[in-house]
Ligand binder design. Structure first.
Ligand SMILES: Nc1nc2c(ncn2[C@@H]2O[C@H](COP(=O)(O)OP(=O)(O)O)[C@@H](O)[C@H]2O)c(=O)[nH]1
Ligand SMILES: [Mg+2]
Length: 207
C-alpha cells in the first residue's frame, strides 16, 4: 500500500457547506489533543497536511483530505474526514453542545461514510464521551475502528497488557498506534481499506 498523494479538499463549520461525497469516506474522531491530526499525518506520511497543535481544542471545523493510493497495483481514492475534537473540559458547555450536532450530524447523515476511527490515548483509555461516541456509532450503524495512540509513551513491556485491557473493556479489536514511530500504520491501513471495500473491489473487477 503506497500513498501517492494526499491533499486538503474542503473544510466546513456546518454540514451544509460540505461538498457532496465523491469517494468512500472514513471519519476520524477523538477528544481534543488525543493525537488525531498527528495520526492522519502519519497515515499519509505528510508531516504537515493536517495542522497539529499543543494548544488543544482549536479545530472546530470538519476537514476533508483526499488520498490517492496504490494497493495491489491498482489506484484508488479515499477521503479522510477530520472531525472536530470533543470533550475539551475548559470550553464552555454551550460551545461543547454546539459541536455535538456537527459531529453526530456528519456521522449519521453522510452517504458514503464507511467507518469511523475512534482515537483513544493508550494511557488513559476510553473516557465517558468516547464511550458515548461508540454508542452513537452503534446506534447509527457506522463501523467503529478503535485506535489506541501514543503507544510510544508506554514502555514496550506495558503495551501488550494495556492493549489487552482495552480490547476487553471495549469487547472488540483495538489497533495500537504511534504517530512518532509509525507503529500500527500497516494494520490500520489494512483495516481502512477493508472497511472501505477498496481492497475487495480491486481484487475483483478492474476499474
Ligand atoms: N509521543 C507521541 N506524541 C503524540 C502522538 N500523537 C500526537 N502526539 C502529540 O500530542 C499532541 C496533540 O497532537 P494533535 O495531533 O495535535 O492532537 P489532536 O488535537 O487530537 O489533533 C501534540 O503535541 C503531538 O505531538 C504519538 O503517537 N506519540
Ligand atoms: Mg487536531
Amino acid at each position: 500500500m503506497d500513498v501517492l498523494d494526499a491533499q486538503f479538499v474542503a473544510g466546513a463549520t456546518n454540514l451544509g457547506q460540505l461538498p457532496a461525497p465523491t469517494f468512500a469516506e472514513i471519519a476520524f474522531a477523538g477528544r481534543s489533543n488525543v493525537g488525531k491530526s498527528s495520526l492522519i499525518n502519519s497515515l499519509v506520511r505528510r508531516r504537515k497536511l493536517v495542522r497539529t497543535s499543543s494548544a488543544p481544542g482549536c479545530t472546530r471545523a470538519i476537514n476533508i483530505f483526499r488520498v490517492r493510493l496504490r494497493t495491489n497495483g491498482d489506484e484508488a481514492h479515499l477521503d479522510l474526514v477530520d472531525l472536530p475534537g470533543y470533550g475539551y473540559a475548559q470550553r464552555s458547555k454551550a460551545e461543547r453542545r454546539s459541536w455535538g450536532p456537527l459531529i453526530e450530524g456528519f456521522l449519521s447523515e453522510r452517504p458514503g461514510l464507511r467507518g469511523a476511527v475512534v482515537i483513544l490515548d493508550i494511557r488513559r483509555g476510553p473516557q465517558e464521551d468516547d464511550l458515548q461516541l461508540l454508542e452513537f456509532l452503534r446506534s447509527v450503524g457506522v463501523t467503529p475502528i478503535i485506535v489506541a495512540t501514543k503507544i510510544d509513551k508506554l514502555p514496550a513491556s506495558k503495551r501488550k497488557l494495556a492493549l489487552a485491557a482495552l480490547r476487553q473493556e471495549l469487547s472488540g479489536a483495538v489497533i495500537g498506534y504511534s504517530s512518532v514511530t509509525g507503529d500500527g500504520r500497516e494494520a490500520l491501513w489494512e483495516r481502512l481499506l477493508s472497511v472501505s471495500s477498496i481492497r475487495r473491489a480491486e481484487n475483483g473487477a478492474a476499474s
